[in-house]
Write a protein that binds this ligand. Structure first.
Ligand code: DAH
Length: 339
């Protein structure tokens, strides 16, 4: 029986070194060491031997079992190592290859904002990002909307309790900061995200984008305002666009105007986009109110300026014929992929 055990040990030790995959190794291990395995069967016979024989054969059988168990473990490690080495050899990946099929693109609001910024950087304007959290003072008081002013109701906002901070309702909230921190002449555009406590529908959202312009210097008048707006719109639509002004009320400008522009899709003839009127109602503008200039630390007897601001969402909707404002904040890639 001792011979049988030693022969088995030798056979196993030779055979395992030739096994190439883990599955075959596990199978072979079972054939030897499993419940009905060869060595296990031999061990079962031990009880039929005489006590002396059982001592020597039992010891040898246990030694063989340990040797074989270690051999299987060593071979398992060898096979694993070979497997990884082979994978590294044959399955190299070039991590520098771009994932072209999942490439993203700029959001349409970002694209148009960058175009506006380009036009005005060329014209020597500075660009300031508007703060999203600002103070009650900058958002309202500094632009001529004191606490008791009814215009506060037009822009219901989100208050950060007890801190005097609000979510900015308009990019006009940067006017005062810029006037106080920049020397004249001031020529700035201020894009930013703003927030209002609104009921959401196809043309209103509680989060949207605006761009504000301010120019402050000596002798700034309404003709500068008109030229600047006409240039911007003509640039955006890639054709000569006319504007018209109607009296409008905004607390921070005097006189204040509502600006419409000639429909670039029908050249003023009348179409679905301009609802047959030939004009698109677009933005608020005006000459900066003397109170706002004074609050900005400048003398309104010497300095004047103009300001205008509009919703970037609306401009992008007009330009691309987007029917619903809610698409902008939605993560629907079918919408985003079109740009
Ligand atoms: N801040 C105004 C709004 O959010 C838009 C606006 C109107 C800006 C007139 C101006 C302006 O600079 O002169 O509705």
């Amino acid at each position: 029986m001792l011979n049988q055990i030693k022969t088995l040990e030798l056979t196993v030790l030779t055979k395992v070194t030739h096994i190439k995959d883990e599955e075959t190794l596990i199978q072979y291990r079972n054939d030897i060491l499993g419940k009905a395995g060869e060595l296990t069967t031999i061990l079962k016979w031990l009880k039929d031997l005489s006590p002396e024989e059982r001592g020597t054969v039992g010891k040898a059988a246990n030694e063989t079992r340990d040797i074989i168990t270690d051999a299987f473990e060593a071979e398992r490690k060898r096979i694993k190592k070979e497997f990884i080495a082979q994978k590294l050899e044959t399955e190299q990946e070039d991590v520098t290859v771009p994932f072209s099929h999942t490439k993203g693109s700029l959001h349409p609001i970002t694209m148009v904002q960058q175009e506006v910024e380009d036009t005005f950087t060329r014209m020597g304007f500075d660009i300031y990002d508007a703060m999203e959290v600002t103070t009650e003072y900058l958002n309202f008081d500094a632009v001529n909307v004191p606490k008791t002013h009814p215009a506060r109701d037009m822009q219901d906002t989100f208050w950060l309790e007890g801190s005097g901070h609000v979510l900015a309702t308009q990019t006009s909230c940067m006017q005062n900061l810029i006037m106080k921190n920049k020397s004249t002449p001031i020529k700035a555009i201020i894009p930013g995200r703003v927030f209002r406590n609104e009921d959401v529908d196809a043309t209103h959202d509680n989060t949207f984008y605006q761009v504000e312009w301010i120019v402050v210097d000596k002798w700034i008048g309404i003709s500068h305002l008109k030229f600047t707006i006409t240039t911007m719109l003509s640039d955006i639509f890639g054709k000569e666009v006319k504007i018209r002004m109607r009296p409008g009320y905004f607390p921070f400008v005097e006189p204040g105007v509502e600006v419409d522009f000639s429909c670039p899709f029908c050249d003023g003839v009348g179409c679905k986009i301009c609802k047959g009127s030939g004009w698109i109602e677009f933005m608020g503008a005006g000459l900066i109110h003397p109170n706002v200039i004074r609050e900005g630390g400048l003398d309104p007897e010497i300095y004047s300026g103009f300001a205008f601001g509009f919703g970037l969402n609306r401009l992008v909707m007009i330009r691309y014929g987007i029917p619903d404002m809610r698409y902008f904040m939605s993560p629907d890639v079918r919408f985003l992929k079109q740009f």
